[in-house]
Design a protein around this ligand. Structure first.
Ligand SMILES: Cc1cc2nc3c(=O)[nH]c(=O)nc-3n(C[C@H](O)[C@H](O)[C@H](O)COP(=O)(O)OP(=O)(O)OC[C@H]3O[C@@H](n4cnc5c(N)ncnc54)[C@H](O)[C@@H]3O)c2cc1C
Length: 446
């Protein structure tokens, strides 16, 4: 497989989360055995999760010039788009068909395409929809809207941004002394953020209640027309406006197998179909959870497989996802963690991982933290070994959150993100906004 100075040519299609994580992992694991080229159309890496904070003016979407970022990660950037792959000839065909990029190993990390799924609603896809949401908030501040609905259409597997938008809206109006605006979150989920397990769900249910946000579960929003959100299996809810998340579709690249939704099937090592030299990671894969932390774990899995394939002393490890989510609430954020497919479920107001980023990537998170001048190591170590249970009593204000630490595998203690540090991190992972009166709701805001 080797050629040219003994290096294997790895082509990574994409310049987002999975592509960067895979580059960093591959450089760490395969070292000089690989020459890595990334091909992506954009000139900036956009840290999209903070898009939810921008309309409320409590955080900015971070942008990193892509070329120097890719270089620092140990690869070369080719600006452009891939339109097709010919696995037999081991070439990726660039958009327009003029150019072919040859590879020895190909990693597809093209992400997914967001599509509006709820007619009549404002679909929040990311930074591009921030101004429309900000305009809606303005209208509500001026008293033109009395109720806002936050709706999760069927088939959206990463609902966390919708909860953030609802909670941040609540805090936004409380901070401005606006009362009487009804907020309702409508979701087909059985329990709020049920994918994080029952403990996290209960904590989120209580949080919504404390913030005065009504919750309607088991209800699939279908369309919004003339002030009514139609639901399946039945019923409707009145509202002045609806904010919804998009449904994702796969990129459908010619020459690459995909399912009817355009997503690429992979095995547990990240390989595409029966191709030995083609891998895929991130939102474009068939794995149902479309989330940055999952994308990085898939990228790590694929990178380990590629490293082993090129002769590095690395044991490929099958993909075993852990779901981590940092929920911005307008006050103290919530750290949520679940082992996918098990009952393991944790929610906490203090960092459960480090750096306390929205997108958790073994290599990417510290790499970006370094570029932001953030400390690479926590004040104390071992957060991932600590199991923490969050307990809330009905009707209690958030400031009385109680945490119970259950026995951990190690003697290490939890991480306490100090206020100064969290203020610094507000541009990265956490929101430090306090509610009217500056009460905050826990240690991070004190
Ligand atoms: C508002 C919002 C909030 C979010 N919040 C969180 C959160 O809190 N936590 C979390 O973990 N995740 C969150 N996510 C999800 C997270 O951003 C994605 O899951 C993650 O970016 C997926 O990584 P990816 O590499 O698969 O795709 P992307 O990061 O989307 O990267 C895809 C890359 O492929 C490139 N590309 C596309 N087509 C081509 C082509 N034909 N040729 C070459 N390059 C191409 C794109 O330009 C891009 O560089 C959020 C997303 C949004 C929109």
């Amino acid at each position: 497989m080797e050629r040219d100075a003994g290096r294997v040519d790895v082509l990574i299609a994409g310049g987002g989360v999975a592509a960067l994580e895979a580059t960093l992992a591959l450089r760490a694991l395969a070292e000089d055995r690989v020459a890595i080229t990334l091909v992506a159309p954009e000139s900036d890496f956009v840290y999209r999760p903070l898009a939810v904070a921008e309309p409320f003016r409590v955080g900015d979407v971070r942008r990193f010039p892509l070329r120097p970022l890719v270089k620092a990660a140990g690869a070369e950037l080719r600006q452009g788009s891939i339109a097709a792959v010919d696995p037999d000839r081991r070439v990726a065909v660039a958009e327009g068909g003029q150019e072919e990029l040859s590879y020895q190993v190909l990693l597809l990390a093209l992400g997914a395409v967001p599509r509006a799924a709820l007619p009549g609603a404002l679909t929040f896809r990311g930074p591009e929809d921030g101004p429309a949401l900000a305009a809606l908030l303005e209208q509500a501040l001026e008293g033109q809207l009395r109720s806002l609905l936050f709706a999760l259409p069927a088939g959206v597997t990463w609902p966390l941004p919708l909860y953030e938008l609802a909670l941040l809206t609540g805090t936004f109006f409380t901070d401005r002394g606006t009362t009487g605006l009804e907020l309702t979150l409508v979701t087909p989920e059985e329990a709020p953020l049920g994918l994080f397990g029952s403990r996290a769900s209960e904590a989120i249910r209580e949080l919504l209640e404390t913030r005065g946000i009504a919750l309607r579960t088991h209800s699939t929003p279908m369309s919004f027309e003339e002030g009514a959100l139609r639901l399946a299996p039945e019923g409707e809810i009145e509202g002045a406006a609806v904010v919804a998340l998009p449904r994702l579709e796969g990129p459908r690249l010619a020459g690459v197998p995909c399912d009817p939704q355009g997503f690429v099937p992979t095995d547990e090592y990240g390989r595409v179909g029966s191709e030995v030299d083609v891998y895929a990671a991130g939102d474009l894969t068939q794995f149902p959870l479309k989330q940055g932390g999952i994308a990085t774990q898939q990228a790590d899995t694929a990178a380990a497989s590629i490293a082993a394939q090129v002769g590095a002393d690395v044991e490929p490890i099958p993909f075993k996802p852990v779901l981590r989510g940092l929920l911005l609430t307008g006050m103290v954020p919530r750290y949520l963690r679940a082992q996918v497919g098990t009952a393991d479920s944790v929610a906490d107001t203090e960092a459960l991982w480090w750096p306390p980023a929205k997108i958790v990537g073994r290599y990417l998170a510290p790499f970006l933290a370094e570029r932001l001048g953030l400390p690479e190591t926590p004040p104390r170590t071992g957060a991932e070994d600590v199991s923490v249970e969050l307990e809330l009593s009905v009707g209690e204000p958030e400031s009385t959150l109680r945490r119970i630490t259950t026995p951990s595998r190690t003697t290490s203690s939890r991480i306490t993100a100090r206020p100064a540090l969290v203020t610094h991190l507000s541009s990265f992972g956490s929101s430090t906004t306090t509610s009217a009166g500056g009460s905050g709701d826990g240690p991070l805001a004190s």
